[in-house]
Design a protein around this ligand. Structure first.
Ligand SMILES: [Zn+2]
Length: 145
């Protein structure tokens, strides 16, 4: 099937002229030009499409429309913040804590292993724990300091 290009510009004895978009039709005019065959055109191409059929159309209106287009906003690349290194200047200033569950092979009353890594020295400290409550973990950490 052959597609026909629709010429929105009309000719008159005075030359070609473009239609003027009424304020209530601005949204739909931009939307039609912006969404072409399921693709969302950028501001420049959308504006070019619109001015093919309409006289004088503010590009700023197209840019504002596209900035609020939910589909375009989903597809926009998310800017990632650059990772900031974490500095520690002394031993036990910053710790990484992990609890290892040994519930399948408990050692009497001890069912967990507390694992602490010091960020500054990379020193590993292991200690047995009865449960994984914050109180017991804090008590072991107090003994470290
Ligand atoms: Zn869009």
């Amino acid at each position: 099937m052959k597609t026909q290009k629709i010429n929105l510009r009309e000719s008159s004895p005075f030359g070609n002229y473009g239609r003027v978009v009424s304020t209530k039709d601005v949204f739909s005019a931009i939307n039609i030009a912006h969404c072409q065959n399921g693709l969302h055109l950028g501001a420049l191409k959308t504006h070019k499409k619109i001015i093919e059929g309409y006289a004088k159309f503010a590009r700023k209106a197209v840019e504002i429309f596209i900035s609020f287009c939910p589909t375009c906003n989903l597809n926009k690349r998310q800017l990632k913040k650059a990772l900031q290194p974490i500095f520690s200047t002394r031993f036990l200033q910053r710790l990484q804590i992990d609890l290892i569950a040994m519930e399948s092979k408990p050692d009497n009353e001890f069912r967990y292993i507390g694992h602490v890594v010091d960020h500054f020295s990379k020193f590993h400290i292991l200690f047995p724990m009865r449960n994984k409550t914050a109180v017991e973990t804090a008590n072991y950490l107090k003994d470290l300091c």
